[in-house]
Design a protein around this ligand. Sequence first.
Ligand code: NAD
Ligand code: UD1
Length: 353
Amino acid sequence: MSKILITGGTGYIGSHTVVELMESGYDVVIVDNLSNSTTAPLEGIKRITGRKPEFVEADCSDLGQMRALFERYPQIRSVIHFAALKAVGESVEKPLDYYRNNILSVINLLELLGKRGGNFVFSSSCTVYGQPDILPVTEESPIKKALSPYGNTKRIAENIIEDTVAAMGNINAIALRYFNPIGAHPSAEIGEYPVGKPDNLIPFITQTVRGIWEKLQIFGSDYNTPDGTAIRDYFHVVDLAKAHVVALERLLEDKNRKPYEVFNVGAGRGITVLEIVNTFERVTGQKVNYEFTRRRAGDIEKVWADTTLAEKELGWRAEKTLEEALLSAWKWEERLLRRKGKGKGKGKRDNEH
Ligand code: NAD
Ligand code: UD1
């Protein structure tokens, strides 16, 4: 039986995808260097699926380690590549770390997969569109100059994949451009596990309610939006995980129209920061302390997806509601409160040691 290699599989989106793949009957092997996660999700996945996935601790940006992995698993014919550094602000401080880690990993995996042929699904981001001129944004919308080295690694990686697929002839690839995945598995066995102070909105909200931070700062109240706060396309991480299963199946069943395809993955509707806060308060019954502050450098005003292509070609659409997503995020935070950071790896909250 062929194996699906999941890079970054102990991370947030990777772990949710592993669950959906295992529940659909796929045999997976996870590779992760634990730079932003722990091995704890392996136990969570086991509690959900009944089986612990195979795990290899290795660095995708190290060609020798990846070569050894591919030699050990000749059954690998498909790769879902999540492993990357993803902190926008940090990427501005340490661009070479981001280029080295994110770009070398893509190159190594494509090179090794190309030796045997196979399928490649890549985690891209709506960050490649910058602030689009027309909303909602389609896959045909122009790619804008990246606002950070992190965003640039996604654009460059997409180019590398497209060129390599064209040249090699034996790799089929899909890049999924994620909008804003949020929430956690409904079982609260796995979820988002940010290290230190979260950059992203939802973990900051849940940690503020939990009392780790005094107040949520809402970055900007003077945007050209209905309530003045910025708009994003938030959707449930379990829906995103399912998008990977259908993307993989499209490649496995030779249903792709071109060797390299790109799909937007989001809910297809824009939500403001204030709407998030209000909905969170309503569904959880918890009060969120917040204040309005200056806009965050590099933030865009509004973006949401046109998901027509994913609906038509992948038969995928986000099914879960915003309420479900926010409730699951809170349920996960409550779970973390009961369970201190466990497992091997660096991705433990500083404040839980
Ligand atoms: P995450 O940090 O939780 O998961 C990434 C995992 O990759 C971590 O477990 C980390 O330890 C691992 N990793 C990093 N570099 C590695 C390397 N060189 N070798 C092996 N493992 C390595 O992040 P996530 O939110 O699950 O994101 C997954 C992917 O989705 C990333 O590529 C990210 O850029 C992309 N993405 C995420 C979002 C989002 O909102 N979370 C949005 C758009 C795109
Ligand atoms: C950010 C990245 C994006 C990356 C994604 C996932 C930027 C510009 N973009 O997206 O490239 O793919 O994270 O890691 O950083 N907000 C607050 N207060 C907070 C946190 C966030 O008001 O404490 C606001 C932000 O200004 C934004 C919205 O909430 O309007 C969502 O922010 P965030 O969760 O960081 O996601 P993005 O900025 O969309």
